[in-house]
Design a protein around this ligand. Structure first.
Ligand SMILES: Cc1ncc(C[n+]2csc(CCOP(=O)(O)OP(=O)(O)O)c2C)c(N)n1
Length: 634
């Protein structure tokens, strides 16, 4: 079958299971081939091929609503809803998104990227449906990892109480990105192995239906038997206690079981959970055998061998470098406790996990809990290290504000993937953290210019004892600079002059420093002498240096790979205004008031005018305007 000819999932309705199996094989080959070139979330998608086909056969999208939690597993859904022809552009600039996208298709009712939102959104859709007196199925599909997220648990609590009609598909592959963790995971484990319980329960229900309406003793005894049976066989039927009808567990690669169960679920009144067991990476050996999480999401790979095609990097990976620097400090500092909310693989914390299992905690997808837990650890005089992606730290804003910054606790936050991240697109760009951390009293925020300064900042962070301190670092690799043998401490709030200059000054930090240096070399050829400052502390600012620059009336250009509103440039403007430096030219380069979509980072930087050429043009303009202003002032 030519998958690119599919325009709607309705063709599935009349297909036999044999035909569906053959379609599954074709979809798997298609995905393995396409993702080998573009990269993508191949593991999760190979796991849901049969499940997605069965869902589209059982329901009528877009009338019935599918909500893909996290959304990285929606590739098969995209194929079945007429988007196979766009897979060559998957996750590329202006191409097919790696996540559900409302603008892309009427079948993508709910946009995702961050996990554990599907149940709340589904509840919203069910409420709207009932108020509008419409009839459709609402079907959130949530993984066992995403189910550990606080939002999902809040939603379960409410849905079970309201008893709205909803069919929750629990896609249980025992993996988050890394192996899933937590008590809920253990409950699912027991349910997974509790086939006897399900069978016994079904038999008992049949039996009870046969009992005439005697009421009284017999019925209530039967109810009690049924109740105690579940405790007897499975020590906690969590979902039924929460108010859901629990169906399963069923084999998520078996069309017959899927069809039977989904048809039954459609008849159930109130919320129902269908527990589906799937195998992540199914049908592609390297992904199927992955027990660590490497095949959750990948770059391009060689299809035949599963070897990853890696671009040559100059320096070490940033996550590796930072985690390894923390690991080194942990050898001599027993108070350091490392925490990750489900990202031990992405944040490269395997070394810490291996060497310090008692001081390492993967808390599952639980950014809020991780953050407040870090605060709790800090209250006891310990030194918590919370590694968290910039985009996911958004979830824990209140916890950072209320539980860490307000009581001024010594928590070190490693903000991974700060800046533009590329192919994951707008849900994952790490461009807001400066704006939502800079305004918090007590917070120190810094970003290194290269990996050597990165390791020094790790030491600086752990030696700092005056409250919270956050270290931003980007996705990708360092510059390949020479590393000092010893880690050093950098004075808090100190900037570094990288190049002297007389005509204008660029204040920048992190990833935009090399670009600023190149711009200054080209400007020098035109006789414009630009000073470059590594403004490595975003908060506190180096006030002495700023006073010096502003007093000299040197035009300033700030550059940041972060949203402009409330960012570093704003801090410089505030400082100038608060100190009445009214006649100094200050210009800001950064990310405009937009959500930035997917693409490789260079393409994105070009699109938002954050390039060397733009910096040169801005400086030229500043110097020109400054001369005019200068002459007017004279
Ligand atoms: C709030 C939030 N935290 C972390 C992540 C990173 N993340 C993406 S997928 C994933 C694991 C999801 O596991 P599961 O729901 O079981 O889906 P699977 O990939 O196993 O199909 C994580 C932790 C995220 N997307 N959102």
């Amino acid at each position: 079958m030519d998958l690119t000819k599919i325009t709607s999932p309705s063709f599935l309705k009349n297909m036999t299971n044999k035909e569906l199996e053959s379609l599954s094989r074709e979809i798997r080959s298609f995905l393995i081939e396409k993702c080998s070139i573009t990269g993508g979330h191949i593991g999760p998608n190979l796991g849901v091929v049969e499940l997605t086909i069965a869902l589209h056969k059982a329901f009528n999208s877009p009338k019935d609503k599918f909500l893909w939690d996290v959304g990285h597993q929606a590739y098969v859904h995209k194929i079945l809803t007429g988007r196979a022809d766009q897979f060559d552009t998957l996750r590329q600039y202006k191409g097919l998104s790696g996540f559900p996208k409302r603008l892309e298709s009427e079948h993508d009712e709910w946009e995702t990227g961050h996990s554990s939102t599907s149940l709340s959104a589904a509840m919203g859709m069910a409420i709207a449906r009932d108020i509008k007196k419409e009839s459709n199925y609402v079907v959130p599909i949530i993984g066992d990892g995403a189910l550990t997220g606080g939002m999902a648990l809040e939603a379960l609590n409410h849905i079970g109480h309201e008893k709205k009609n909803m069919i929750v598909i629990l896609n249980d592959n025992e993996m988050s990105i890394a192996p899933n963790v937590g008590a809920l995971h253990s409950i699912l484990g027991r349910l997974r192995t509790a086939k006897e319980y399900s069978k016994a329960k079904e038999e008992l229900e049949v039996l009870m239906k046969k009992i005439p309406v005697l009421g009284g003793k017999v019925a209530s005894t039967a109810e009690r038997v049924k109740d105690s049976l579940k405790y007897l066989v499975v020590s906690g039927v969590f979902f039924e206690e929460m108010g859901f009808k629990y169906l399963g567990p069923i084999d998520g690669h078996d069309f017959e079981a899927l069809e039977k169960t989904l048809e039954y679920a459609k008849k159930v009144k109130g919320p129902v959970i269908v527990h589906v067991i799937t195998k992540k990476g199914k049908g592609y050996k390297p992904a199927e055998e992955d027990t660590v999480g490497t095949w959750h999401g990948t770059g391009p790979y060689k299809m035949e061998t599963g070897d990853f095609v890696k671009a040559k990097a100059k320096g070490p990976g940033w996550s590796n470098l930072i985690s390894d620097s923390v690991r080194k400090l942990m050898e001599n500092e027993e108070r350091i406790v490392a925490i990750t909310p489900a990202m031990p693989v992405g944040s490269k914390m395997e070394g810490i996990q291996r060497d310090f299992p008692n001081r390492f905690f993967d808390v599952g997808i639980a950014e809020q809990h991780a953050t407040t837990m870090a605060a709790g650890i800090a209250t006891q005089g310990m030194k918590p290290y919370l590694a968290i992606y910039s985009t996911f730290l958004q979830r824990a804003y209140d916890q950072v504000l209320h539980d860490i910054a307000r009581p001024n606790l010594n928590v070190v936050i490693g903000i991974d993937r700060s800046g533009l991240v590329g192919a994951d697109g707008e849900t994952h760009q790490g461009v807001f953290d400066i704006s939502f951390l800079r305004h918090l009293p007590n917070m120190v925020l810094m970003m290194p210019k290269d990996e050597n300064e990165g390791q020094h900042m790790v030491k600086t962070a752990f030696e700092y004892n005056d409250g919270p301190i956050a270290l931003r670092y980007p996705r990708g690799n360092g510059l390949g600079v020479v590393m000092d043998e010893e880690m050093k401490t950098i004075p808090i709030g100190s900037w570094e002059v990288l190049k002297e200059g007389q005509d204008a000054c660029i204040l920048t930090f992190g990833t935009t420093i090399p670009m600023a240096m190149e711009a200054s070399s080209e400007l020098a050829e035109q006789g414009i002498d630009v000073k470059i400052v590594n403004a490595r502390f975003i908060k506190p600012l180096d006030e002495n240096m700023l006073h010096e620059l502003l007093a000299k009336k040197m035009p300033i250009l700030t550059i940041e790979e972060a949203i402009l509103q409330g960012g570093f440039g704003s801090a410089v403007l505030e400082f100038a205004s608060d100190n009445q430096y009214v006649d100094v030219m200050i210009d800001r380069m950064g990310i405009p008031d937009l959500f930035i979509e997917q693409g490789n980072v260079d393409q994105l930087l070009e699109e938002i005018h954050l390039t060397k050429e733009d910096a040169i043009a801005r400086i030229e303009q500043l110097v020109k305007s400054n001369k005019v202003i200068g002459s007017k002032l004279v």
